[in-house]
Design a protein around this ligand. Structure first.
Ligand code: 4NP
Length: 154
């Protein structure tokens, strides 16, 4: 069993979507017993909230049900609990690196777009203050990156 944690800033847009896309692909590929994931935010602004309404609507349109509740990344337990800790953008990765206690923790940190197989992006851009296209782009990038990630983990 490998455990993956997706991390963004607020844990209400990008990382809950990554969780939903990843889980849908894992179910389709029959890998539920091998791959498990969760998501968290580097900031605690939205702790206890459901995913952003817009993100949930755009997810549903593609068949993804965003069910997770926002929580903050916990360096005391998450570095030990997870094998891969994947930030959505470079700031997320920097924040995670700052919280890492040692080299073992640091080696678990990755950038989501490094798993892309078709698309060329260097981050999953934050859609929070933008329009509809930003939410579609998040899902486009995540579908590509999750496919690449699952291939790599198999
Ligand atoms: P996320 O998006 O990091 O993809 O969940 C954001 C959600 C909320 C805020 C920023 C980004 N915010 O500033 O409240």
């Amino acid at each position: 069993m490998k455990k993956i944690l997706f991390v963004c800033l607020g844990n209400i847009c990008r990382s809950p979507s990554a969780e939903a896309v990843f889980n849908a692909m894992v179910a389709k590929d029959g890998l539920v017993k091998e791959l498990q994931c969760d998501s968290a935010g580097t900031a605690a602004y939205h702790v206890g909230e459901r995913a952003d309404y817009r993100m949930r609507q755009f997810g549903l349109k593609r068949g993804y049900n965003l069910t997770s509740i926002s929580r903050a990344f916990d360096p005391k337990s998450d570095f030990d609990q997870f094998d891969y800790i994947i930030g959505m953008d470079r700031q997320n990765v920097r924040d995670l690196q700052r919280m890492a206690g040692n080299e073992i923790d640091r080696k678990k940190i990755h950038l989501m777009t490094d798993f892309c197989i078709g698309k060329k992006y260097d981050s999953v851009p934050d859609p929070y203050y933008g329009g509809d296209a930003g939410f579609e782009l998040v899902l486009d990038i995540l579908e590509d990156a999750c496919e690449g990630l699952i291939r790599k983990l198999q």
